[in-house]
Each structure stands twice: as structure tokens, then as C-alpha cells.
Design a protein around this ligand. Structure first.
Ligand SMILES: [Mg+2]
Length: 295
């Protein structure tokens, strides 16, 4: 089996003004993503998705250009089922042969950020082809299911203390969710105001609905610790991305992990993914496959 072509497409979908979301990332004017299509000579097609920025609103030229102009020539003619070898080729560039021979990395300068996002899009498409070639879903190739069902949570929660309960309960009612995640952080102005909103949310939800917070990495470590103390009684399932270092320093500063399990969704890059795996063993977390990589 050989790769015939690799083509990335920037998908840009404007959002009507009355449906635009405002957050610490600004007003979301459009939804943007990069779809990666890999065609093989035998007729199989794999699809992947790469992500340029948090929030879905971003220029995707650099991402599509990298895949179309830099990666596509390296992938054309290769066997798409050799996923590890191809991944190492994209990550290590001209030194990939060293990486494959020595079993350790010799990465290109762009070892994080948009380069890794571009590799993610290709990686997903290669796995899609492998699954289709074997007639099995990718989740089966990755080890199969661990459970018949998994709990899901609804994500949002931007309203002020007077409306946050109503907003989160709306998610519960609409989707039957047993847990909800709300935003806190820089847009609240002060951890005290964030804490007021969280207390209002917990009071409205009652003890049975799971509650998580996400600060999008906008707090200083001192602010994050202050916030944790203020919501100690709110029984948070986790506190996601408290500070810009995505939990590392926060963790080192010994905020009680039993009370404040952490997640780091925006972690990206090969070694950050490995660290994230370590984090998951101790706490909980989620990963965005469009912008992270194998551990
Ligand atoms: Mg997050």
C-alpha cells in the first residue's frame, strides 16, 4: 500500500453574530479547522484533523501550508501503515534515520506548537487508513474498550453568580449530563469573584452533579492557590489548566492533589504528552488529539 497524495484543507465557517461566543480568547467570529485527506493508490482514504489554536477561531494558513508543502512530499509513495516510522520522519526531519536507529528523538527545531499540530492531523489520517485497511475501528487498534459506557460532561459555564446555576442546570437537563465544567479565571477579574460563581453553581447543582473548573491557564500560581482555598468546600472533580505552566509548578507547590485533581488539555508536544500521561495516572484529564502527540 502506498500514499498517493496528502492534502490539507482549511475549513472556515463564519458564525452568525447572535451565536458568537465571547471568552478570554475574544469573540469567536468563525469556526476554523484543518482537515487532512490522505489518499492511497489502492483507493483507501484517511481523514485527520489538525488544530491551529485553542477556541477553533484561527488562521490556518501556516498549518495547511506546512502539511501541503513540507509533509506531503515526505509522505508520498510511503506505506501509510508504517505510522511510527512516518511520525518519526515528520518529527525528526533529516535526522529521522538517527531517531529510528537509536530509539530516541532528534527533533527538528519546531518540536512543539504548530508543527506538532500538523503532525497530529497526518497521524490521525494514517490511523484512519490502517483501521479501514483492516476493517476495524481505530479504538479497537488502540487496545479496545475498557468499559461499556463512559461518563460525559457538559462544558461551558460563563455566567455570573446570579445566572450560573441556571446555565449549568440547563446543560444537565438538555443532555442528561451527570457533570458540568465551568470557566473561571482572568475574565472574573479576581479569584474571589470566581469563587462566588463556583459556590453559586454548587448550591444550584446540589451534591449529586459533578462540577469542574477550567481557568484556561489564565491565573498566576498565587491566584490559583487562593482560588483553591476559596472553593475548598465545593467538591470540585478537577481544576483544569490553573496557570500558564499547565499544572507543573502548581503541582510542585503542593496544592493538595486529593482535593484538587488537575487536567492539562492544552499540553502539547512529544514530551509534554508524556508528562500528561504521568499526570493522568495520578489525576484525571483529557487530551485533544488534534494538537497533541504520542507519549
Ligand atoms: Mg481546558
Amino acid at each position: 500500500m502506498k500514499i498517493k497524495s496528502v492534502k490539507a484543507h482549511w475549513v472556515h465557517i463564519p458564525i452568525p453574530h447572535d451565536r458568537q461566543h465571547v471568552s478570554d480568547f475574544g469573540r469567536t467570529l468563525s469556526f476554523d479547522g484543518t482537515l487532512v485527506r490522505i489518499d492511497t493508490e489502492c483507493g483507501l482514504t484517511g481523514w485527520g484533523e489538525a488544530k491551529a489554536q485553542v477556541g477553533g477561531m484561527a488562521q490556518n494558513q501556516a498549518l495547511t501550508l506546512m502539511i501541503n508543502e513540507e509533509f506531503a512530499p515526505l509522505l508520498k509513495g510511503e506505506d501509510p501503515r508504517d505510522i511510527t516510522r512516518l511520525w518519526e520522519t515528520l518529527y525528526n526531519g533529516t535526522r529521522a534515520h538517527y531517531a529510528l536507529r537509536e530509539g530516541r528523538v532528534f527533533p527538528v527545531l519546531g518540536r512543539r506548537g504548530i508543527t506538532v499540530s500538523a503532525i497530529s492531523g497526518v497521524d490521525c489520517a494514517l490511523w484512519d487508513i490502517l483501521g479501514k485497511s483492516l476493517g476495524v475501528p481505530v479504538w479497537r487498534l488502540l487496545g479496545g474498550r475498557r468499559a461499556e459506557k463512559m461518563p460525559a460532561y457538559a462544558s461551558g459555564g460563563w455566567a455570573g453568580p446570579d445566572k450560573i446555576g441556571e446555565q449549568l442546570l440547563g446543560y444537565v437537563k438538555a443532555g442528561g449530563f451527570g457533570a458540568v465544567k465551568m470557566r473561571v479565571g482572568i475574565m472574573d477579574g479576581d479569584p474571589l469573584h470566581s469563587a462566588r460563581r463556583v459556590h453559586a453553581a454548587r448550591e444550584a447543582l446540589g451534591p449529586a452533579v459533578g462540577l469542574m473548573c477550567d481557568a484556561h491557564g489564565t491565573l498566576s500560581v498565587a491566584e490559583a492557590k487562593r482560588f483553591c482555598r476559596l472553593v475548598e468546600e465545593c467538591n470540585l472533580a478537577w481544576f483544569e489548566e490553573p496557570d500558564d505552566r499547565h499544572s507543573d509548578r502548581f503541582r510542585r507547590e503542593r496544592v493538595d492533589p486529593a482535593r484538587f485533581p488537575r487536567s492539562g488539555r492544552a499540553r502539547r508536544g512529544r514530551h509534554h504528552a508524556a508528562g500528561f500521561g504521568d499526570l493522568r495516572r495520578h489525576h484525571r484529564g483529557d487530551a485533544d488529539l488534534r494538537a497533541c502527540q504520542r507519549a
